[in-house]
Design a protein around this ligand. Structure first.
Ligand SMILES: [Mg+2]
Length: 259
């Protein structure tokens, strides 16, 4: 990984948008700092497309998309996204209502069996706002041991579910999207940007294992310095600052000359 400040001028001039993770990237221990919010505001004023890409529930994205200076939020690790149409938040789900409801029922049956096998798991506080996945708190308000997490990942896989891990949650789902496929689909469907162009025109910044698909998908990939996890492909660049300080640094390194 290279220091972000060494990025070539030609690479950053090609960029038209910034894709960013929320927890432990934009947010500082769950909070939106004044500096991070001001950074979103000037990026927006400079004409930079802004899309948050999070594992948080779609219910959160419905609230935050109209409130924040962003074009859209991708939620639940890529399964759903929320855009603004005429000022209203509109949810984009790949599945129709009945198919989604049937899949949710199947997922909740699997979760019952998973909890029976791993009784130490605790449901995350934001679970009610979810449509496509179910989450356990492994680092937000509780700390789950590595052995319990490993046991849960194996048990979920044996029950036929997919799993993703972030700095705060263990996600269990029957959906197939990840942060990169969900984001690329949104960019193509709602913003008319094909995946080949998106790879070079949008930078991605994140901190955790669930960001790995985007580190692979987007050419200008950045990890904030608190980066943790296992990556098939690590980000190409790393910031000096951690969490929201690293996010602000990313914005200045990539788009500072458009301020
Ligand atoms: Mg994160």
């Amino acid at each position: 990984m290279r220091e972000l400040k060494t990025i070539d001028v030609a690479e950053r001039r090609r960029l038209r948008g910034l894709l960013f993770d929320l927890d432990d990237t934009l947010l500082e221990h769950g909070k939106l700092t004044k500096e991070a919010f001001e950074t979103l505001c000037w990026l927006r004023d400079a004409g930079v497309s802004l899309i948050g890409v999070t594992g948080r529930p779609v219910a959160w994205a419905r609230v935050l998309t109209p409130m924040w200076p962003v074009d859209a939020l991708v939620a639940e690790n890529g399964a759903l996204s929320v855009i603004r149409e005429g000022g209203r938040p509109v949810v984009d789900d790949r599945l129709d209502g009945p198919t989604r409801a049937a899949r949710r029922s199947r997922l909740l049956e699997i979760i019952d069996r998973l909890r029976a096998r791993c009784p130490g798991l605790e449901r995350s506080d934001d679970c009610d706002g979810r449509v496509s996945d179910y989450t356990f708190d492994i680092g937000e308000f509780r700390s789950a041991g590595k052995d319990l997490v490993a046991q849960a990942l194996a048990a979920a896989a044996a029950l036929g579910a997919r799993t993703t891990v972030s700095s705060v949650h263990l996600h269990v789902t029957l959906d197939h999207d990840d942060k990169s496929t969900g984001t690329l689909r949104l960019l193509a469907k709602r913003f008319g940007v094909d995946p080949g162009r998106a790879r070079f025109e949008f930078a991605y910044v994140g901190d955790s294992s669930n960001d790995a698909p985007c580190f692979g998908a987007f050419r200008t990939s950045v990890g904030v310095s608190n980066l943790r996890g296992r990556f098939s492909l690590p980000p190409r660049f790393v910031t000096e600052g951690a969490r929201s300080t690293g996010f602000v640094e990313t914005a200045h390194c990539l788009f500072g000359d458009r301020y």
